[in-house]
Design a protein around this ligand. Structure first.
Ligand SMILES: Cc1ncc(C[n+]2csc(CCOP(=O)(O)OP(=O)(O)O)c2C)c(N)n1
Ligand SMILES: [Mg+2]
Length: 324
């Protein structure tokens, strides 16, 4: 069956809108000071997690980093649990103990996101080794940023995965920056991230992470290799965050990114690219888009109300295991 079809593309579009609108609401409400955790918004980077979420199932496991909102929602995570987590409420996916950077929800195969750059990479490799030993046919995902490749544990994990033939997809969202440092001050000129992974013996692909067709094609190739050959694959997706590194505002006044670059990526908005395609195909129209956006907006409002009305965790429960 051809997988780039109306149903899948509409699902990807829905996920992208959900992620964008949710993060925009977080940005809008953050100054109320009721969400007391740092937040790393995914606005501009919605395509990759929406595609991957559409072509994986709840049985496939996923680990992520500090910028995990889109990964969790793309995976089909609960909006109520997600927003509640940001408010530190007991109804949150981590029972209010983790906040934005520590999401976990085994109901959708979202094992963990953590704040320490790269530290979920070996966890994801270990989970996938376990999947292999147990004979589970999973396509597990390790999301990482471009800064992750500068940690030793990244290479150790990659090496272990390739040596032991561990079926797992490393998904590097290369947004070109580690906080305010561009790749140009962190890596020698001309070095390509996916080529570094390839040099370690891992089959690697690079694509524009805002172009849904490129993301789908590369991800499906990776999925096939993982499923059929039972070995790791590395994907580098170039993309761009629109907002500041951490928080609900913009940090462009710091001049660490040039205007031309920012403008280029904003023009290549992943949502507009897919929306134009779907409209041209006649699969959606302007009134159906508005209707979908309105429904999402109502759903988000409900989740914020749910979170605000939910209780804080009880002190006596704070050390209880999340999954017992
Ligand atoms: C081991 C470690 N070093 C430094 C930090 C501080 N820090 C937080 S996010 C970040 C940059 C991460 O960049 P990247 O992985 O490219 O993800 P992005 O924020 O661009 O999505 C850094 C250096 C950290 N959390 N952990
Ligand atoms: Mg980055």
């Amino acid at each position: 069956m051809k997988l780039i079809n109306k149903k899948n593309l509409k699902e990807i579009f829905y996920k992208m809108l959900l992620i964008r609108q949710t993060d925009l609401q977080i940005a809008k409400r953050y100054s109320e000071n009721q969400m007391r955790c740092p937040t790393h918004l995914s606005i501009g980077q919605e395509c990759v997690p929406s595609v991957i979420g559409t072509f994986t199932t709840k049985k496939d496991l996923c680990v992520s980093s500090h910028r995990s909102h889109a990964h969790y929602l793309g995976k089909g995570g609960s909006l109520n649990k997600f927003i509640s987590e940001l408010y530190g409420k007991s109804t949150g996916c981590s029972k209010g103990r983790g906040g934005s950077m520590h999401l976990t929800d085994l109901n959708v195969g979202f094992v963990a996101s953590t704040a320490i750059v790269s530290n979920t990479i070996p966890v994801g490799v270990g989970l996938s080794l376990s999947s292999k030993i147990l004979g589970k046919k999973q396509v597990n995902i390790i999301y990482l940023g471009d800064a992750s490749i500068e940690e030793g544990v990244f290479f150790e994990s990659l090496n272990f995965a390739v040596t032991k033939k561990i079926p797992v997809v490393f998904v590097c969202e290369n947004n070109f920056y580690s906080v305010y440092s561009p790749l140009s001050v962190r890596q020698p000129e001309g070095r390509k991230i996916f080529k570094m992974a390839e040099a370690c013996g891992v089959k690697s692909f690079r694509a524009n992470g805002n172009q849904f067709k490129d993301v789908i094609n590369t991800f499906l190739k990776a999925k096939k290799i993982v499923e059929k050959e039972q070995k790791p694959v590395f994907l580098e997706y170039q993309t761009y965050r629109w907002y500041e590194h951490c928080g609900p505002n913009f940090d462009d006044h710091l001049n660490y990114r040039n205007k031309k670059e920012t403008l280029y990526w904003k023009k290549n908005d992943p949502i507009n690219i897919l929306q134009n395609f779907l409209v041209n195909k006649g699969w959606i129209n302007h009134s159906s888009i508005e209707k979908t956006k309105k429904n999402i907006s109502l759903k988000i409002d409900k989740s914020f109300s749910y979170a605000k009305q939910s209780p804080y965790p009880k002190e006596k429960d704070l050390f209880k295991h999340l999954y017992k």
